[in-house]
Ligand binder design. Sequence first.
Ligand SMILES: CC(C)(COP(=O)(O)OP(=O)(O)OC[C@H]1O[C@@H](n2cnc3c(N)ncnc32)[C@H](O)[C@@H]1OP(=O)(O)O)[C@@H](O)C(=O)NCCC(=O)NCCS
Length: 188
Amino acid sequence: MTPRWRLGAFSLASKRSTLSPVPLLRALAQNDAPALLAFYNGLSSASIRTFRPLGSKTSLSVCQQIVAENAAPSPSRFDLVACEQGAMVGWSFIERLAGDHPNLGIAVADDRQGLGVGTALILQTLAGARRLGLTTLHLMVVQDNVRAIRWYERHGFVKCGEEFDAGDQLPYYHMVAGTLGAEEAAQG
Ligand SMILES: CC(C)(COP(=O)(O)OP(=O)(O)OC[C@H]1O[C@@H](n2cnc3c(N)ncnc32)[C@H](O)[C@@H]1OP(=O)(O)O)[C@@H](O)C(=O)NCCC(=O)NCCS
């Protein structure tokens, strides 16, 4: 499937019915903290088990901080969101922009998974990484999240290490992608 998104207004026509609303991909905006809070705290326990950059639940102040870090003169992170009828249905980010290991995170609302939203987000995130001059992106994925691992591999990521997280008691793979190679792989 090749999703078609409006960018900037980025938009998607996917597997869904042509009568379905068209999600919008855009940068995280100044007034998005409440929507990000609702999105994150609305994820199922299964999704939070595999995607928990903000812990099992988050707060408005944490979401406001994320917005502020995007709006800073030298942003420390780059966040994109997918919105549908005013609701946030997907979120991707690169954090630690200035460090050695810029880190990718991505999640889609449970009832919107498998419809191409994640693919559109990751392609735009990789394009954003290249615009920011990043040459590699890193991520961590729970080892039993097999579908996500295969999906990341299709987008150019390769496993490069393992780690057991004492906090959540789960084994993770570290994965890495060259940003140019990753985008080419995704489009190939
Ligand atoms: C992984 C994730 C971001 C992919 O986004 P998506 O919008 O569901 O994916 P797309 O529709 O663009 O692409 C579908 C592919 O995603 C992969 N995928 C991974 N987890 C999936 C899920 N829970 N549901 C559907 N597809 C999933 C599959 O490879 C699928 O392809 P397949 O149907 O051939 O198996 C999304 O499913 C998600 O948020 N999952 C829960 C949180 C998570 O695991 N995040 C990654 C943490 S490292």
